[in-house]
Design a protein around this ligand. Structure first.
Ligand code: PRP
Length: 197
């Protein structure tokens, strides 16, 4: 679930709304380019894509379809606490991989790189498992919010510090199914509810 630290902004009166930031056409175009970049860097190698649930699901499936050659998938899930409110935001593994990554060329696939705490944790976990190498592909990079010293090898779009939803990204588990990435603004009622919560 999306972090409380980057709350959607209230938009005065009216209803909750989403303004498209990156259209589905732009997403697909850039994802195709990213797939080519990744395969170009490793032309002859099997690639093992590791998607970070749940936000990365659509990105992984679209990216995976565009990478030619030998590709396998696995998924991992984490939850995080205190990111943004405590500088030591803690991350916990809630679902591990199905198979070993030892000796594999792993591409970690994330929907968004925000504080970087999740990725920092995952890279530590994966490095202990002796993969051949690890690369990181993120669809969205929000560098203004970075706390951990991590970076992605492949970035779809660098975005400003706004609360984004859609294409896998949620607000309280909603909006993941939007085909575009948009900026969420809360209406007055939702603003009151968010404050109360
Ligand atoms: C999001 C996203 C990343 C993480 C990035 O997951 O999918 O995993 O936050 O944030 P960070 O760089 O600040 O660590 P989230 O915890 O919202 O879970 P979800 O993917 O299930 O929505």
């Amino acid at each position: 679930m999306a972090k409380l630290a980057s709350k959607p902004q209230p938009k005065g009166k009216g209803k909750e709304s989403v303004r498209i930031l990156i259209s589905r056409t732009k997403l697909q175009h850039r994802i195709t380019e990213m797939a080519r970049e990744i395969r170009k860097d490793f032309p002859d190698e099997p690639l093992h894509l590791v998607g970070v649930l749940k936000g990365a699901v659509f990105f992984l499936t679209d990216l995976g379809k565009q990478i030619s050659g030998d590709v396998s998938f696995d998924f991992i899930a984490v939850s995080s606490y205190g990111v943004g409110t405590h500088s030591s935001g803690q991350v916990r593994l809630t679902r591990d991989l199905d198979s070993s990554i030892e000796g594999k060329t792993v591409v970690v696939v994330e929907d968004i790189l925000d504080t970087g705490m999740t990725l920092q944790y995952l890279l530590r976990v994966f490095e202990q498992r002796r993969p051949k190498r690890i690369r990181v592909a993120v669809l969205l990079d929000k560098p203004e919010r970075r706390i951990a010293a991590v970076r992605a090898d492949y970035v779809g779009f660098t975005i400003p510090n706004e609360f984004v939803v859609g294409y896998g990204l949620d607000y309280a588990e909603r909006y993941r199914n939007l085909p575009d990435v948009g900026v969420l603004s809360l209406g007055t009622a939702e603003k009151r509810a968010a404050k109360a919560g």
